[in-house]
Design a protein around this ligand. Structure first.
Ligand code: PNS
Length: 162
């Protein structure tokens, strides 16, 4: 049976740190679904459809990757699609503390396991939140985001007055 994993997240928007994790995870599994899921604690800048489109464009060069979205429990998606693995990136101990209870809860709910990949140090400080904040105030986030995301982010804030 081909191995299939889900890489879930808010991806608001996808960063080069995410793309690095996605491309490395895609080498470990036959299929990798990048899943835009709802985080009730985060208000979104990009719509789910926009996030899916940006991830699709940014991962078009990576074999075995597909992109989807889901508004329910993550484990309901994995169960529905008979997927037994989740993949997440860890930048630091703070990420670990944040991810650990979710991984344990997901495993308790359905037995799905979470595999963690350590972020390449050159992407260790990048987050969607920080990129949005810097871009909002006119800072340059070139080199931290895929080109299509950089353009979309600059467009979002083009008419923003501080
Ligand atoms: O990129 P994020 O915001 O850190 O990702 C968190 C996310 C979206 C993966 C998490 O909030 C999630 O799984 N949401 C779907 C709803 C769900 O299953 N919640 C219970 C998690 S144990």
């Amino acid at each position: 049976m081909p191995s299939h994993a889900v890489c879930p997240g808010s991806f608001d928007p996808v960063t080069l740190g995410h793309i690095d994790i996605i491309s490395r995870a895609a080498e470990q599994f036959d299929e990798l679904t990048v899943l835009v899921t709802h985080n009730p604690n985060k208000a979104g800048l990009f719509s789910v459809a926009e996030r899916v489109a940006l991830i699709t464009e940014s991962t078009a060069h990576i074999p075995g990757v597909r992109v989807d979205s889901w508004s329910g429990l993550l484990v309901d998606y994995t169960t529905t699609h008979n997927i037994r693995a989740l993949v997440k990136g860890l930048r630091s101990g703070i990420d670990y503390e944040y991810e650990l209870p979710m991984a344990q809860m997901n495993r308790r709910l359905t037995g799905v396991d979470t595999f963690f990949l350590l972020t390449d140090p050159k992407f260790g400080y990048i987050s969607s939140t920080l990129c949005k904040e810097v871009a909002r105030y006119g800072g340059d986030v070139t080199g931290l985001l895929p080109d299509c995301v950089l353009a979309a982010l600059n467009e979002k804030f083009r008419n923003t007055t501080m």
